[in-house]
Design a protein around this ligand. Structure first.
Ligand code: G6P
Length: 368
Protein backbone atom coordinates (compact mmCIF):
# COMPACT_ATOMS: atom_id res chain seq x y z
CA UNK A 1 0.00 0.00 0.00
CA UNK A 2 2.84 2.43 0.79
CA UNK A 3 3.89 2.44 -2.86
CA UNK A 4 0.38 3.32 -3.95
CA UNK A 5 0.13 6.02 -1.31
CA UNK A 6 3.25 7.89 -2.38
CA UNK A 7 3.84 10.84 -0.04
CA UNK A 8 0.41 10.51 1.61
CA UNK A 9 -0.51 8.86 4.90
CA UNK A 10 -3.94 7.58 3.90
CA UNK A 11 -6.00 6.97 0.80
CA UNK A 12 -8.39 9.64 1.97
CA UNK A 13 -5.64 12.26 2.02
CA UNK A 14 -4.35 11.07 -1.35
CA UNK A 15 -7.84 11.21 -2.83
CA UNK A 16 -8.46 14.69 -1.43
CA UNK A 17 -5.26 15.81 -3.17
CA UNK A 18 -6.18 14.07 -6.40
CA UNK A 19 -9.16 16.38 -6.84
CA UNK A 20 -7.59 18.93 -9.21
CA UNK A 21 -6.81 16.06 -11.61
CA UNK A 22 -10.08 14.19 -11.05
CA UNK A 23 -11.97 17.42 -11.72
CA UNK A 24 -9.92 18.33 -14.79
CA UNK A 25 -10.49 14.84 -16.23
CA UNK A 26 -14.24 15.06 -15.58
CA UNK A 27 -14.43 18.60 -16.97
CA UNK A 28 -12.51 17.79 -20.16
CA UNK A 29 -15.42 16.42 -22.24
CA UNK A 30 -17.57 19.38 -21.18
CA UNK A 31 -14.97 21.85 -22.45
CA UNK A 32 -14.83 19.90 -25.70
CA UNK A 33 -18.56 19.50 -26.33
CA UNK A 34 -19.82 22.53 -24.40
CA UNK A 35 -23.27 22.03 -22.86
CA UNK A 36 -24.44 19.53 -25.47
CA UNK A 37 -26.95 16.88 -24.48
CA UNK A 38 -24.76 14.14 -26.01
CA UNK A 39 -22.52 14.37 -22.94
CA UNK A 40 -25.15 12.16 -21.35
CA UNK A 41 -25.64 9.69 -24.20
CA UNK A 42 -26.67 9.53 -27.85
CA UNK A 43 -30.41 9.95 -27.27
CA UNK A 44 -30.10 12.42 -24.41
CA UNK A 45 -31.51 15.39 -26.30
CA UNK A 46 -34.73 13.53 -26.99
CA UNK A 47 -34.99 12.42 -23.36
CA UNK A 48 -34.28 15.90 -21.99
CA UNK A 49 -36.80 17.51 -24.35
CA UNK A 50 -39.57 15.37 -22.93
CA UNK A 51 -39.21 16.09 -19.24
CA UNK A 52 -40.93 18.66 -17.04
CA UNK A 53 -39.11 18.11 -13.75
CA UNK A 54 -36.15 16.38 -12.14
CA UNK A 55 -36.18 13.83 -9.33
CA UNK A 56 -32.76 13.10 -7.82
CA UNK A 57 -32.24 9.96 -5.73
CA UNK A 58 -29.08 8.95 -3.82
CA UNK A 59 -27.56 7.94 -0.46
CA UNK A 60 -24.89 9.43 1.79
CA UNK A 61 -22.46 11.87 0.27
CA UNK A 62 -24.03 11.35 -3.16
CA UNK A 63 -27.31 12.65 -1.70
CA UNK A 64 -25.55 15.88 -0.72
CA UNK A 65 -24.25 16.28 -4.27
CA UNK A 66 -27.87 16.03 -5.38
CA UNK A 67 -28.84 18.61 -2.78
CA UNK A 68 -26.40 21.13 -4.29
CA UNK A 69 -27.73 20.34 -7.76
CA UNK A 70 -31.28 21.25 -6.76
CA UNK A 71 -30.19 24.88 -6.28
CA UNK A 72 -28.47 24.91 -9.68
CA UNK A 73 -31.23 23.16 -11.62
CA UNK A 74 -34.01 25.36 -10.27
CA UNK A 75 -32.15 28.67 -10.54
CA UNK A 76 -30.19 28.16 -13.77
CA UNK A 77 -32.38 25.75 -15.75
CA UNK A 78 -35.69 26.86 -14.18
CA UNK A 79 -36.89 23.27 -13.80
CA UNK A 80 -38.57 21.99 -10.62
CA UNK A 81 -36.20 19.60 -8.86
CA UNK A 82 -36.77 17.31 -5.94
CA UNK A 83 -34.08 15.38 -4.05
CA UNK A 84 -34.72 12.22 -2.04
CA UNK A 85 -32.73 9.79 0.04
CA UNK A 86 -33.05 6.45 -1.76
CA UNK A 87 -34.15 4.43 1.28
CA UNK A 88 -36.97 6.92 1.86
CA UNK A 89 -38.07 7.28 -1.75
CA UNK A 90 -38.41 3.56 -2.32
CA UNK A 91 -40.83 3.11 0.57
CA UNK A 92 -43.17 6.04 0.16
CA UNK A 93 -46.12 6.54 -2.13
CA UNK A 94 -44.58 8.94 -4.58
CA UNK A 95 -46.46 11.31 -6.90
CA UNK A 96 -44.22 10.34 -9.80
CA UNK A 97 -45.04 11.23 -13.39
CA UNK A 98 -43.55 9.85 -16.62
CA UNK A 99 -42.25 13.31 -17.55
CA UNK A 100 -39.92 13.36 -14.59
CA UNK A 101 -36.22 12.82 -15.25
CA UNK A 102 -35.03 10.34 -12.63
CA UNK A 103 -31.39 11.04 -11.75
CA UNK A 104 -29.59 8.52 -9.55
CA UNK A 105 -26.17 9.45 -8.17
CA UNK A 106 -23.87 6.70 -6.96
CA UNK A 107 -20.08 6.51 -6.79
CA UNK A 108 -20.08 2.70 -6.78
CA UNK A 109 -23.14 2.13 -8.93
CA UNK A 110 -24.00 -0.78 -6.64
CA UNK A 111 -25.77 0.79 -3.64
CA UNK A 112 -28.80 -1.40 -3.06
CA UNK A 113 -31.22 1.28 -1.87
CA UNK A 114 -30.41 3.51 -4.85
CA UNK A 115 -30.86 0.61 -7.27
CA UNK A 116 -34.19 -0.35 -5.69
CA UNK A 117 -35.37 3.26 -5.74
CA UNK A 118 -34.60 3.39 -9.46
CA UNK A 119 -36.63 0.25 -10.09
CA UNK A 120 -39.42 1.69 -7.97
CA UNK A 121 -39.50 4.89 -10.05
CA UNK A 122 -39.69 2.77 -13.19
CA UNK A 123 -42.64 0.87 -11.71
CA UNK A 124 -44.44 4.24 -11.72
CA UNK A 125 -43.82 4.55 -15.44
CA UNK A 126 -40.74 6.78 -15.20
CA UNK A 127 -38.63 5.69 -18.15
CA UNK A 128 -36.44 8.80 -18.46
CA UNK A 129 -33.53 7.76 -16.27
CA UNK A 130 -30.00 9.10 -15.90
CA UNK A 131 -27.24 7.65 -13.74
CA UNK A 132 -24.23 9.63 -12.54
CA UNK A 133 -21.65 7.07 -11.56
CA UNK A 134 -17.91 6.57 -11.08
CA UNK A 135 -17.67 2.85 -11.87
CA UNK A 136 -18.15 1.80 -15.46
CA UNK A 137 -20.72 -0.88 -16.26
CA UNK A 138 -21.89 -1.17 -12.66
CA UNK A 139 -25.50 -2.11 -11.88
CA UNK A 140 -27.15 1.33 -11.65
CA UNK A 141 -25.85 2.75 -14.96
CA UNK A 142 -26.75 -0.53 -16.64
CA UNK A 143 -30.34 -0.06 -15.47
CA UNK A 144 -30.49 3.55 -16.70
CA UNK A 145 -31.26 4.99 -20.12
CA UNK A 146 -28.59 7.71 -19.88
CA UNK A 147 -25.28 7.79 -18.05
CA UNK A 148 -22.54 10.23 -17.17
CA UNK A 149 -19.36 8.70 -15.80
CA UNK A 150 -17.34 10.84 -13.44
CA UNK A 151 -13.62 10.41 -14.00
CA UNK A 152 -12.47 10.40 -10.40
CA UNK A 153 -10.54 7.15 -10.75
CA UNK A 154 -10.77 4.41 -8.11
CA UNK A 155 -11.85 5.72 -4.73
CA UNK A 156 -10.60 3.54 -1.87
CA UNK A 157 -11.18 5.59 1.29
CA UNK A 158 -14.60 4.71 2.72
CA UNK A 159 -15.44 8.39 3.17
CA UNK A 160 -16.14 9.78 -0.29
CA UNK A 161 -14.12 12.81 -1.40
CA UNK A 162 -13.12 13.08 -5.06
CA UNK A 163 -16.24 11.20 -6.11
CA UNK A 164 -18.35 13.94 -4.52
CA UNK A 165 -16.69 16.90 -6.21
CA UNK A 166 -16.72 15.18 -9.60
CA UNK A 167 -20.42 14.36 -9.12
CA UNK A 168 -20.95 18.09 -8.68
CA UNK A 169 -19.34 18.66 -12.09
CA UNK A 170 -21.62 16.09 -13.71
CA UNK A 171 -24.62 17.78 -12.12
CA UNK A 172 -23.44 21.22 -13.18
CA UNK A 173 -23.10 19.89 -16.73
CA UNK A 174 -26.65 18.54 -16.50
CA UNK A 175 -27.83 21.96 -15.34
CA UNK A 176 -26.08 23.68 -18.26
CA UNK A 177 -27.50 21.24 -20.80
CA UNK A 178 -31.05 21.54 -19.48
CA UNK A 179 -30.76 25.33 -19.35
CA UNK A 180 -29.49 25.44 -22.93
CA UNK A 181 -32.26 23.21 -24.27
CA UNK A 182 -34.79 25.53 -22.65
CA UNK A 183 -33.25 28.64 -24.13
CA UNK A 184 -32.08 29.85 -20.75
CA UNK A 185 -28.37 29.82 -21.57
CA UNK A 186 -27.15 32.38 -24.09
CA UNK A 187 -23.69 32.15 -25.68
CA UNK A 188 -22.22 34.65 -23.29
CA UNK A 189 -23.44 32.80 -20.21
CA UNK A 190 -22.31 29.48 -21.66
CA UNK A 191 -18.82 30.88 -22.26
CA UNK A 192 -18.78 32.23 -18.69
CA UNK A 193 -19.69 28.82 -17.22
CA UNK A 194 -17.10 27.04 -19.36
CA UNK A 195 -14.54 29.53 -18.17
CA UNK A 196 -15.47 28.83 -14.55
CA UNK A 197 -15.06 25.11 -15.21
CA UNK A 198 -11.67 25.68 -16.82
CA UNK A 199 -10.43 27.59 -13.79
CA UNK A 200 -11.90 25.26 -11.21
CA UNK A 201 -9.00 22.78 -10.81
CA UNK A 202 -6.70 25.75 -10.11
CA UNK A 203 -9.03 27.16 -7.45
CA UNK A 204 -9.30 23.73 -5.87
CA UNK A 205 -5.50 23.55 -5.77
CA UNK A 206 -5.48 26.91 -3.94
CA UNK A 207 -7.93 25.49 -1.42
CA UNK A 208 -5.70 22.42 -0.94
CA UNK A 209 -2.80 24.72 -0.17
CA UNK A 210 -4.70 25.81 2.95
CA UNK A 211 -3.96 22.41 4.51
CA UNK A 212 -1.41 23.58 7.14
CA UNK A 213 -3.83 26.23 8.46
CA UNK A 214 -6.72 23.79 8.50
CA UNK A 215 -4.59 21.23 10.33
CA UNK A 216 -4.07 23.75 13.14
CA UNK A 217 -7.82 24.17 13.46
CA UNK A 218 -8.33 20.41 13.35
CA UNK A 219 -6.04 19.95 16.34
CA UNK A 220 -8.38 22.16 18.35
CA UNK A 221 -11.40 20.16 17.16
CA UNK A 222 -9.82 16.87 18.18
CA UNK A 223 -10.52 17.58 21.85
CA UNK A 224 -14.21 18.37 21.29
CA UNK A 225 -17.17 16.04 21.40
CA UNK A 226 -19.57 18.11 19.30
CA UNK A 227 -19.43 20.52 16.39
CA UNK A 228 -21.97 22.55 14.46
CA UNK A 229 -21.70 23.36 10.74
CA UNK A 230 -23.60 26.27 9.22
CA UNK A 231 -24.17 27.33 5.63
CA UNK A 232 -26.93 28.92 3.61
CA UNK A 233 -28.29 28.37 0.14
CA UNK A 234 -26.08 26.31 -2.13
CA UNK A 235 -23.49 26.07 0.67
CA UNK A 236 -25.90 24.46 3.10
CA UNK A 237 -25.34 20.99 1.56
CA UNK A 238 -21.60 21.61 1.93
CA UNK A 239 -22.15 22.19 5.66
CA UNK A 240 -24.03 18.87 5.70
CA UNK A 241 -21.16 17.15 3.90
CA UNK A 242 -18.64 18.67 6.32
CA UNK A 243 -20.60 17.39 9.32
CA UNK A 244 -20.94 13.95 7.73
CA UNK A 245 -17.21 13.70 7.03
CA UNK A 246 -16.36 14.71 10.60
CA UNK A 247 -18.78 12.14 12.10
CA UNK A 248 -17.69 9.34 9.79
CA UNK A 249 -13.98 9.45 10.38
CA UNK A 250 -13.30 11.33 13.64
CA UNK A 251 -16.43 10.15 15.53
CA UNK A 252 -17.03 13.69 16.74
CA UNK A 253 -20.75 14.31 16.85
CA UNK A 254 -21.48 16.93 14.23
CA UNK A 255 -24.65 18.49 12.95
CA UNK A 256 -25.29 20.87 10.10
CA UNK A 257 -27.95 23.53 9.95
CA UNK A 258 -28.98 26.14 7.44
CA UNK A 259 -27.77 29.21 9.34
CA UNK A 260 -31.22 30.80 9.30
CA UNK A 261 -32.55 27.91 11.42
CA UNK A 262 -30.08 28.58 14.24
CA UNK A 263 -32.63 30.46 16.28
CA UNK A 264 -35.14 27.63 15.98
CA UNK A 265 -33.16 25.17 18.05
CA UNK A 266 -29.40 24.67 17.76
CA UNK A 267 -28.60 28.04 19.34
CA UNK A 268 -29.57 26.40 22.64
CA UNK A 269 -26.52 24.14 22.31
CA UNK A 270 -24.00 26.88 21.67
CA UNK A 271 -21.40 27.55 24.34
CA UNK A 272 -17.62 27.76 24.43
CA UNK A 273 -17.32 23.96 24.06
CA UNK A 274 -19.15 23.82 20.75
CA UNK A 275 -17.03 24.87 17.77
CA UNK A 276 -19.17 26.38 15.00
CA UNK A 277 -17.90 26.00 11.45
CA UNK A 278 -19.35 28.51 9.02
CA UNK A 279 -19.11 28.28 5.25
CA UNK A 280 -19.52 31.87 4.22
CA UNK A 281 -18.09 32.95 0.90
CA UNK A 282 -19.21 36.25 -0.54
CA UNK A 283 -22.58 35.47 -2.05
CA UNK A 284 -26.03 37.01 -1.91
CA UNK A 285 -26.65 35.53 1.54
CA UNK A 286 -23.42 36.77 3.15
CA UNK A 287 -25.03 39.56 5.18
CA UNK A 288 -27.60 37.10 6.51
CA UNK A 289 -24.87 34.66 7.51
CA UNK A 290 -22.99 37.45 9.26
CA UNK A 291 -25.97 38.28 11.41
CA UNK A 292 -26.38 34.56 12.20
CA UNK A 293 -22.75 34.57 13.33
CA UNK A 294 -23.43 37.47 15.67
CA UNK A 295 -26.01 35.28 17.38
CA UNK A 296 -23.34 32.62 17.97
CA UNK A 297 -20.77 35.15 19.20
CA UNK A 298 -23.22 36.66 21.64
CA UNK A 299 -23.51 33.21 23.28
CA UNK A 300 -19.76 32.78 23.62
CA UNK A 301 -19.51 30.30 20.76
CA UNK A 302 -16.19 29.93 18.96
CA UNK A 303 -16.47 30.45 15.21
CA UNK A 304 -14.35 28.89 12.48
CA UNK A 305 -15.24 30.56 9.21
CA UNK A 306 -14.23 29.61 5.69
CA UNK A 307 -14.63 32.88 3.87
CA UNK A 308 -13.11 34.56 0.83
CA UNK A 309 -11.41 37.95 0.98
CA UNK A 310 -14.52 39.68 -0.31
CA UNK A 311 -16.45 38.49 2.72
CA UNK A 312 -14.57 40.98 4.95
CA UNK A 313 -14.74 38.93 8.09
CA UNK A 314 -13.20 40.52 11.15
CA UNK A 315 -11.11 38.12 13.23
CA UNK A 316 -11.09 38.10 17.01
CA UNK A 317 -10.37 35.75 19.90
CA UNK A 318 -13.50 33.80 19.12
CA UNK A 319 -13.79 34.32 15.38
CA UNK A 320 -11.17 32.47 13.34
CA UNK A 321 -11.09 32.89 9.59
CA UNK A 322 -9.43 30.92 6.81
CA UNK A 323 -9.51 32.77 3.50
CA UNK A 324 -10.72 30.65 0.61
CA UNK A 325 -10.10 31.39 -3.11
CA UNK A 326 -12.05 34.32 -4.55
CA UNK A 327 -14.29 34.75 -7.56
CA UNK A 328 -15.26 31.13 -8.07
CA UNK A 329 -18.86 32.11 -8.76
CA UNK A 330 -21.45 29.45 -9.30
CA UNK A 331 -18.99 26.59 -8.66
CA UNK A 332 -18.19 27.87 -5.19
CA UNK A 333 -19.64 24.77 -3.44
CA UNK A 334 -16.98 22.62 -5.15
CA UNK A 335 -14.14 24.79 -3.86
CA UNK A 336 -15.63 25.03 -0.35
CA UNK A 337 -15.85 21.26 -0.07
CA UNK A 338 -12.06 21.01 0.12
CA UNK A 339 -11.59 22.75 3.50
CA UNK A 340 -14.29 20.69 5.22
CA UNK A 341 -12.75 17.47 3.90
CA UNK A 342 -9.33 18.50 5.18
CA UNK A 343 -10.76 19.54 8.55
CA UNK A 344 -12.36 16.13 9.04
CA UNK A 345 -9.26 14.31 7.86
CA UNK A 346 -6.90 16.13 10.22
CA UNK A 347 -9.29 15.95 13.17
CA UNK A 348 -9.47 12.18 12.67
CA UNK A 349 -5.71 11.99 12.35
CA UNK A 350 -5.26 13.89 15.62
CA UNK A 351 -7.68 11.49 17.32
CA UNK A 352 -5.88 8.47 15.91
CA UNK A 353 -8.85 6.81 14.23
CA UNK A 354 -8.66 4.44 11.27
CA UNK A 355 -9.26 7.10 8.62
CA UNK A 356 -9.62 4.88 5.57
CA UNK A 357 -11.77 2.27 7.31
CA UNK A 358 -13.99 3.97 9.87
CA UNK A 359 -15.71 1.64 12.33
CA UNK A 360 -19.11 0.19 11.34
CA UNK A 361 -19.06 1.69 7.82
CA UNK A 362 -18.62 0.16 4.37
CA UNK A 363 -17.51 1.67 1.10
CA UNK A 364 -20.38 0.26 -0.84
CA UNK A 365 -23.62 -0.82 0.82
CA UNK A 366 -25.10 -3.64 -1.24
CA UNK A 367 -27.43 -4.93 1.46
CA UNK A 368 -30.42 -3.26 3.05
C1 G6P B 1 -21.55 4.52 1.79
C2 G6P B 1 -20.20 5.22 1.68
C3 G6P B 1 -20.40 6.69 1.39
C4 G6P B 1 -21.25 6.87 0.15
C5 G6P B 1 -22.57 6.12 0.26
C6 G6P B 1 -23.31 6.08 -1.06
O1 G6P B 1 -22.21 4.99 2.92
O2 G6P B 1 -19.48 5.05 2.88
O3 G6P B 1 -19.14 7.31 1.19
O4 G6P B 1 -21.51 8.24 -0.04
O5 G6P B 1 -22.34 4.76 0.63
O6 G6P B 1 -22.53 5.33 -1.96
P1 G6P B 1 -22.63 5.43 -3.53
O7 G6P B 1 -21.61 4.45 -4.04
O8 G6P B 1 -24.04 5.02 -3.89
O9 G6P B 1 -22.35 6.81 -3.92
Amino acid sequence: ASLELGPFSHFMQKEIHEQPKALADTIEPILTHRFKAELFGANAEEVFSNIDSVQIIACGTSFYAGSVARYWIESIAGIPCNVDIASEYRYRDVAANPRQLIVTISQSGETLDTMEALKYAKSYGCEQTLSICNVRESAIPRASKLVFYTRAGAEIGVASTKAFTTQLIALFALTGVLAKLRGRLNDEKEAEYLDSLRHLPGSVQHALNLEPQIQRWANKFAGKEHALFLGRGVHYPIALEGALKLKEISYIHAEAYPAGELKHGPLALVDSNMPVVVISPNDNLLEKVKSNIQEVRARGGEIFAFADLDSHFGESDIVHVIRTPRHVGVLSPVVHTIPVQLLAYHAALARGTDVDKPRNLAKSVTVE
